[in-house]
Design a protein around this ligand. Structure first.
Ligand code: UD1
Length: 432
């Protein structure tokens, strides 16, 4: 087990590079299952989740080479692939569920373990299931596995209206529709840039999709798709993480690779808090204020404020010059982070899905625990503004979404290091 030790006080200065998006690359890897042959993805981030998805694809019969140095992932898909995603992989990474659509569409069957309760709240699959049923699939749960079976002759096109613009359901239904017979109309779909990236990949593979970027996708099913080469869209959440880190420390960071057009609401909130944000053609330069102004933030599906950046907004508010309210509308348990932030001295009142934050001029170091990827990164960032040395435990979560947060922060001048944590019995003596 490891922890990240952060000594507060640094004013970040320098530049960072934003790799391809975690929330895109995993779906693109799943989409490769739709075509026999070698699909090559570029700008693939060197994160643990990519290794998990690579393993899942291998177990389905694909030959996967992930070259971390070259940032490529090459996936050779055979004519016949398996149809089972084991519990141990789905449990380790919920995005495994995105093989459901491609396997049902191409192989006519999928057995995917149902993910358990997630650390950021219960996350249903009802929209995925309803959509696949509308396309003619039989779906049932068997011993903890979601089993889908396409009708003889394959899935058929359907008109599906999502009750909520779920990212995961949009992706699964889109990947199913591209090989279904006929013309599907998917309405009320998510509009995240990662969905656009998936549409781009599918269209390059030969799919017929209209409505990219809108909440209505019209998909004309085709008989087969072909493998392609595709560069993953830059990670707007990682970009936002660095932007908030600059703002929180009153520093100046050139976030190379950030796409301003994907960060509209985030930039607006940072500017409202007193940061200066300047597009450079290659990314964004973010300069933080000496003391941020309080800013109300409410998470919403894209183009609203991303739920994945909500913990960073909360951390910035914790040192603001006044009070504000942060509201989480997407995931119910995402405020576990708020209680860890309280351990760093933040003055918060959590009420349902709102947090009232009374800004303080300083935070103070304490041992804290990451409950998920973003909470972990946000604790590391918040600790930069805390007096003393903070130990962030649960670093494994951070590695799932960030390439090397410690090296990047050190490059920006922060006093940060990784440490191996001794077994509790080593520190406390034998436990009964
Ligand atoms: C994805 C991202 C996650 C991001 C989120 C919102 C991945 C692996 N994860 O998650 O990082 O925070 O988008 O941008 O890409 N819901 C249902 N029924 C369904 C589907 C969803 O009730 O069938 C609910 C969920 O419980 C949740 C909300 O809808 O409250 C959002 O879910 P969704 O947009 O699907 O997010 P994910 O795809 O899980």
């Amino acid at each position: 087990m490891e922890r990240i030790m952060v000594t507060g006080g640094a004013v970040l200065d320098g530049e960072v590079h934003v790799p391809g998006a975690k929330n895109s690359v995993l779906k693109l890897m799943a989409a490769s299952l739709l075509a026999q042959g070698r699909t090559v993805l570029e700008d693939v981030p060197g994160i643990v989740d990519v290794r998990i998805m690579a393993e899942l694809l291998r177990r389905l019969g694909c030959d996967v080479e992930h070259d971390a140095q070259a940032r490529t992932c090459s996936i050779d898909v055979p004519a016949e692939v398996g149809h089972r995603a084991d519990y141990e992989l789905v449990r380790a990474m919920r995005a495994s569920i995105s093989v459901l659509g491609p396997l049902t569409a191409r192989m006519g069957r999928a057995d995917v373990a149902v993910p358990g309760g997630d650390a950021i709240g219960s996350r249903g699959l009802d929209l995925h299931v309803e959509g696949l049923r509308a396309m003619g699939a039989q779906v049932h749960v068997d011993h903890g596995y979601l089993v889908t079976e396409a009708p003889a002759g394959g899935l058929r096109a359907a008109d599906v209206t999502l009750a909520f613009p779920s990212v995961g359901a949009t992706e699964n239904l889109l990947m199913a529709a591209v090989l279904a017979r006929g013309r599907s109309v998917l309405t009320g779909v998510a509009r995240e840039p990662e969905i656009d990236d998936l549409v781009d990949l599918l269209v390059a593979m030969g799919a017929r999709v209209q409505g990219r970027g809108s909440s209505r996708l019209v998909v004309e099913g085709v008989r087969e798709l072909g493998p392609v080469r595709h560069a993953v869209v830059p990670d707007r959440v990682v970009a936002g993480t660095w932007a908030y880190a600059a703002a929180l420390t009153g520093g100046s960071v050139h976030v190379r690779g950030a796409r301003p057009e994907h960060l509209g609401m985030v930039v607006a909130k940072l500017v409202e808090a007193g940061a200066e944000v300047e597009p450079t053609g290659e990314g964004l330069v973010v300069r933080g204020p000496a003391r941020p102004r309080p800013v109300d933030v409410a998470t919403l599906p894209y183009p609203g404020f991303p739920t994945d950046l909500q913990p960073f907004a909360l951390a910035l508010a914790a040192v603001a010059d006044g009070s504000c309210v942060v509201t989480e509308n997407l995931f119910e348990a995402r405020f576990r982070f708020a209680h860890e932030l309280e351990r760093l001295g933040a003055d918060l009142v959590v009420d349902g899905h709102h947090v009232l934050v009374r800004g303080r001029s300083r935070l103070s170091a304490a041992p804290v625990e990451a409950s998920d990827i973003r909470a972990g990164a946000a604790l590391v960032v918040a600790a930069l503004r805390a007096e003393g040395t903070t130990a962030v435990h649960g670093v494994g979560h951070v590695d799932r979404g960030y390439e090397d947060v410690v090296a990047s922060l050190r490059g920006l001048g922060a006093d940060v290091r990784r440490e191996v944590v001794a077994d509790p019995e080593d520190e406390l003596g034998p436990l009964a």
